[in-house]
Design a protein around this ligand. Structure first.
Ligand SMILES: Nc1nc2c(ncn2[C@@H]2O[C@H](COP(=O)(O)OP(=O)(O)OP(=O)(O)O)[C@@H](O)[C@H]2O)c(=O)[nH]1
Ligand SMILES: [Mg+2]
Length: 338
């Protein structure tokens, strides 16, 4: 007779018995199933899985780094997924193996993932040289950032040499994706006049190129005008990458126009920055920044256990009501051994 409990115990055992060197070997050999397993391990919040995940990252470290990491941002509906489909098609035809990842801030709230959707990426979704992984759907944005960074490394170890990371341009997530990519692209639309006024200067100083999408049909002339407007503004901003002047371009992701031009721009950027050392400098800087952020995360995790969090909430109330000073509250927090 089937005993469901027995089944459950068995499944649990299998999960516990992750043999990291074997998993690493399978990932390096390019096995997609094992790559997915590795990513699932990385996305697990269980403490013993964290240890295993760290072990896996260590095993794979020497196989990582050998890719172009490309970040793409833009408002919802700008055409990011359609653009990735068109750009990815070009990349695949040139022999690249590509991984498409997403950082979706809303997924941490809703538990669902709207990005990295395969419906707009029909061609890529069915191509053997393409690996698509939607945004992790749990945890804080910081947690999602960690998972995505580690997923990039896993994909590189599996032989993917072009990594695309998509994010909605609605705030913090752009900075996070900029911090893990070599080239950062803003996909924009025409009629962005208001946007240009108050803009969003912050985001324009993060980008290496701006692409006005949907430059087709009756929208084409306006797209060209918008491109000129953006170019005017870009001239006065601090570039994100030393010795690189970000420019605006137009394209139609839907009709596959202007994609090759952007391909050339990105390649030119990679060549130039590799030559002048900025490519490696950025990667090193990102690794050190990342280490610092991990220290913060680890400090937070180890310091703030459940009891400390409760104490913190109580102390916050007391500070708010002026019953104790902020300094006194911090003192109590550090002295307490709850
Ligand atoms: N005319 C035209 N329509 C486009 C173009 N690119 C995308 N679209 C359309 O714009 C809509 C949104 O495209 P998506 O690729 O889903 O946009 P997105 O930025 O990924 O959207 P979110 O994932 O929701 O943030 C779809 O209906 C596309 O068909 C283009 O170049 N020209
Ligand atoms: Mg999309």
């Amino acid at each position: 007779m089937n005993n469901p409990n027995k089944k459950r115990v068995f499944k649990k055992k299998v999960q516990e018995q992750i043999h990291i060197p074997e998993l690493a070997e399978k990932i390096i050999s390019g096995n997609r199933g094992y790559l997915s397993k590795g990513i699932t391990l990385i996305e697990s919040s269980a403490a013993h899985h964290r240890e295993k995940a760290n072990e896996l990252m260590q095993e794979l470290l020497t196989y990582t780094g050998n890719s172009i990491r490309l970040g793409i941002t833009g408002v919802p509906g700008a055409g990011k997924s359609t653009w990735i489909e068109a750009f990815g098609k070009t990349a695949v035809s040139k022999g690249y193996k590509i991984a498409v990842l997403a950082v979706d801030p809303s997924s941490t709230l809703s538990g669902g993932s709207i990005l990295g959707d395969k419906t707009r990426m029909e061609f890529l979704a069915h191509h053997p040289d393409v690996f698509i992984r939607p945004s992790p759907s749990s945890g804080t944005l910081g947690g999602v950032a960690r998972m995505t960074r580690e997923t990039i490394l896993l994909c590189e170890a599996a032989g993917y040499d072009l990594i695309l990371v998509e994010t909605v341009g609605v705030g913090q997530s752009e900075g996070i994706v900029r911090g893990m990519t070599d080239f950062f692209l803003l996909l924009s639309l025409t009629g962005a006049g208001d946007e240009l006024q108050g803009m969003k200067k912050g985001i324009m100083e993060l980008v290496d190129a701006i692409v006005i999408n949907k430059a087709d049909g009756s929208n084409k002339d306006q797209a060209i005008q918008t491109m000129h407007d953006y170019n005017q503004i870009l001239r006065f901003l601090t570039p994100a990458t030393k010795d690189w002047k970000p420019r605006a371009y137009t394209c139609s992701a839907l009709y596959n126009e202007g994609i090759e031009e952007i391909w050339d721009v990105i390649n030119h950027f990679i060549d130039e920055t590799k030559k002048n050392g900025e490519f490696d400098k950025r990667r090193s800087r990102q690794a050190v920044d990342w280490m610092n952020q991990l220290v913060q995360i680890r400090l937070n995790e180890t310091f703030f256990d459940r009891e400390k969090k409760i104490l913190m909430k109580n102390l916050e109330k007391q500070v708010k009501q002026n019953e104790i000073s902020a300094t006194e509250a911090v003192d109590l927090l550090f002295k307490s051994n709850v």
